[in-house]
Design a binder for this molecule. Structure first.
Ligand code: GLN
Ligand code: ZN
Length: 760
């Protein structure tokens, strides 16, 4: 019987030491000419293919590499360049490609948005009046390259037409069907040329199939793939899905393609159950995603071998492929370079290179019997057990607290209306109080001082003095500006999650664990690997110092449990909800400590609640309820007089206003300017009756707004919201702004508030 094959869906672009980012940024800065840029990029691209080949992957993905983003690559492959950019016909130039991604003097960049429920952002294609043509067969180009230069018979990866159009904008819902069909001949052309070249396997990504698709969309998929099959019958097309289970299992499995790629990790067990109920068509290949492409933990080989063994009852070996659950774009490159990590933790990690090895080992186990991988199996079991049995994961105080979570009363003592009155008496704020979101400019100077301190060039005491001086400086500035509620400015923080991660037990930071967020921007999410607890107070010193300098209230400033969770790699031996509650309990201690030390307003930021929404609607309620619970666990121990604030950055609020209400924060500030109309409308449809500040100016640009613009924004908000509940604040933190523009803009903001108060 022939053998089971191993495959990969996509490899991280950024390189072990972020070489890719550096090359890109050097080119953008004009430090590399185009030829050198292209050569260096080719080197990186080929090196990634070589690595996969050497590890023994049978089906190596081709064309997943990008200079920026794979959705943008697909758009330019079809000559889809918005009119505001320079383009006539033929292949899109590198200059235009980067202009679309980053904007240029005359034209704003294309919009960027999140790729499903990941932290990767793609460039949104604009289909207004589009006349798509195949201007360059990218998959073919890269297939040939791999073949000629490395003798790799690769598997081109293409973003499928249904998902591509779905992720685009600039058309009406009713045009969706026709638009998709206009792309079909172009995809057919790509496949035909690949067929002529002798390409055997092609992976067409249709992750949209793992969301809540409609029956009409399913029919559309059938039509599309029927046509593609007729156009290039000899190419083995795998319809690849990921990030969740597919609905209409039977129907999707009967689509006219050669194989179906399913995620067996993030499917909540659905796919194995579906196989048991419906079986699998015996003329198709099943590409089984069994190594987690979204997390950084070592694969439990024992469990995945038994999963694969069950799966293999439904397909013959020659029709089974073993692969990661999704592209490895979402994980760092290799654990190898993490020399400083604790051995127990390090042994339990697996990044892209290690995951590829796991795929190969699993394939071997199935083909040659479990004896053939005895050593790796033992290693995997020991590594996972060592971490699970380590003291990091066995903090009995934390675990008892979680077990007895019901003893916490997650609710404020009194209702908002009662609290409102008590707080009004406590703070005596004017109507339309002014405040900011937390951070003030993190200048080069601030960052340099921190760097020096980290390198040991500044003592703790010197660094602390420096931070205090910054706080004092900005307390003075805020008083002078006449703001009503002040903040300490967050000068001691690099990043709103990292800062807390470094202070809490249970978190660890890697040295090279970067993943691409958008373009050349990479993030290094903390690892939540153990039980989370407070070591010592995290924010009390700075906040209390700031409060000692002024008679106005200073808001304490914390990051909420769900945001910390969503921006980290999270342990998977316990539920995410338990981890969220561990973080919440640690924050609850911090909140108590702030309150005991005289801080009477505490802001707990939750910008990442919306983005953590599961792909499937049926899972939203549970997620949102858990998010609300964790937030309340962190924030509700306080006296009724203590005012809890929260903040959220821009997102699609339509579906979560009830959730915002349920958080029961006394005041929320929301980023607004990117969606003023929409947001106001969303609030029009509800009766939100707690304190609220809809950001009155955009903080993403250095431009100082005019007072008239602010007045207009305030007026519009007051048509929908009660002036007695309204706060006046910028959209978000001011960390990325310069000092002068920040002061100038806040001055205008205070002016606008005063003017409106007089009018009321
Ligand atoms: N308090 C944080 C700040 O001001 C909030 C940042 C955010 O919302 N992303 O920087
Ligand atoms: Zn924000």
């Amino acid at each position: 019987m022939s053998q089971i094959q191993s495959s990969n869906l996509g490899y991280p672009r950024i390189g072990e030491k972020r070489e890719w980012k550096k090359v890109l940024e050097q080119y953008w800065a004009g430090d590399l000419d185009k030829d050198t840029f292209l050569n260096k990029m080719e080197e990186i691209r080929l090196q990634h293919l070589k690595k996969q080949k050497e590890q023994g992957i049978d089906l190596i993905p081709i064309g997943d590499f990008s200079f920026y983003d794979h959705v943008l690559d697909t758009a330019v492959m079809f000559g889809l360049v918005p009119e505001r950019f320079d383009y006539a016909t033929g292949p899109v130039s590198l200059e235009t490609y980067f202009d679309m991604a980053r904007g240029n003097k005359g034209a704003v960049a294309c919009e960027m948005t999140k790729w499903f429920n990941t932290n990767y952002h793609y460039i949104v294609p604009e289909l207004n009046n589009a006349e798509p043509k195949l201007v360059e067969n990218r998959p073919l180009t890269f297939y040939k390259e791999a073949k000629q230069k490395l003798n790799i018979d690769g598997k081109p990866v293409i973003l499928g037409p249904v998902t591509f159009v779905k992720l685009s904008k600039g058309y009406k819902k009713s045009e969706f069907h026709d638009l998709v069909k206009r792309f079909v001949p172009l995809y057919a052309e790509i496949l035909q040329e690949l067929q002529t070249e002798g390409v055997q396997w092609v992976q067409i990504d249709e992750p949209i199939v793992a969301t809540n698709i409609t029956y009409e969309e399913l029919e559309l998929l059938r039509e599309v793939y029927q046509q593609l099959h007729e156009a290039a019958p000899n190419v083995h097309v795998i319809l690849q899905t990921y990030f969740d289970h597919i609905e209409y299992f039977k129907e999707v499995c009967s689509l006219p393609v050669h194989g179906i790629g399913l995620d067996f990790v993030q499917d909540g067990g659905h796919h194995l159950n579906a196989l048991k109920s419906f079986g699998f068509p015996n003329d198709k290949v099943l590409a089984a995603g069994v190594v987690n492409g979204r997390n950084i933990w070592r694969c439990n080989l024992e469990e995945q071998i038994s999963l694969l063994t069950e799966i293999s009852e439904f397909v013959t070996n020659d029709r089974l492929i073993v692969q990661p659950s999704s592209s490895l774009l979402h994980v760092p490159v290799t654990v190898k370079s993490e020399e400083a990590l604790d051995e127990v933790l390090k042994n339990a990690l697996s990044f892209a290179d290690e995951k590829i090895n796991e795929v190969v080992v699993l394939t071997k186990a199935l083909n040659n019997g479990i004896e053939s991988i005895q050593e790796q199996l033992k290693e995997s079991i020991t590594a996972i057990q060592s971490l699970n049995h380590s003291s990091f994961r066995n903090n009995s105080d934390v675990q008892d607290a979680i077990k007895n979570i019901h003893v916490y009363d997650v609710g404020r003592r009194a209702d908002f209306s009662v609290r409102q009155e008590l707080q009004a008496n406590t703070f005596g704020l004017p109507i339309l109080p002014t405040t900011t979101i937390g951070s003030f400019p993190q200048t080069k100077e601030v960052r340099n001082q921190r760097l020096k301190w980290r390198k040991g060039e500044l003592t703790d005491a010197e660094y602390e003095e420096y931070i205090k001086a910054e706080i004092k400086n900005w307390i003075d500035i805020q008083e002078e500006l006449g703001l009503d509620v002040l903040v300490h400015g967050e000068f001691e923080r690099t990043d709103m999650v990292e800062y807390f991660g470094e202070k809490l037990l249970g978190f660890q930071f890697t040295k090279f664990g970067w993943v691409q967020s958008y373009g050349s921007r990479c993030v290094k999410p903390p690892l939540i690997y153990g039980d989370v607890d407070l070591k010592e107070s995290m924010t009390v010193k700075e906040t209390v110092f700031a409060q000692s300098l002024t008679s106005k209230p200073v808001k304490g400033m914390l990051t909420g449990p769900i945001t910390i969770l969503n921006w980290s790699f999270v342990r998977d031996d316990i539920s995410r909800f338990d981890v969220a509650n561990q973080i919440a309990l640690a924050l609850r201690k911090e909140v108590d400590c702030l309150e005991k030390n005289g801080i009477r307003m505490i802001q707990v930021d939750e910008p990442a609640i919306r983005e953590g929404l599961p792909l499937k609607r049926e899972n939203w309620d549970r997620y949102l309820n858990e998010a609300v619970y964790a937030f309340k666990l962190a924030t509700t121990s306080v006296q009724d007089e203590t005012q809890i604030h929260t903040h959220m950055c821009y997102s699609d609020f339509k579906n979560i206003i009830t959730t915002i209400d349920e958080l029961d924060a006394d005041v929320i500030s929301i980023e607004t300017s990117r969606s003023h109309g929409e947001l106001i409308q969303a609030f029009e449809e509800t009766t939100y009756n707690k304190g609220i500040g809809l950001g009155v100016y955009d903080i993403h640009s250095p431009r100082v707004p005019k007072v008239e613009e602010l007045l207009r924004n305030i007026d519009r908000a007051l048509q929908v919201l009660d002036p007695k509940l309204f706060w006046i604040n910028p959209d978000c933190g001011l960390k990325t702004r310069g000092i002068e523009e920040t002061i100038a803009a806040l001055k205008v903001m205070v002016e606008a508030a005063e003017f409106t108060r007089e009018k009321l």
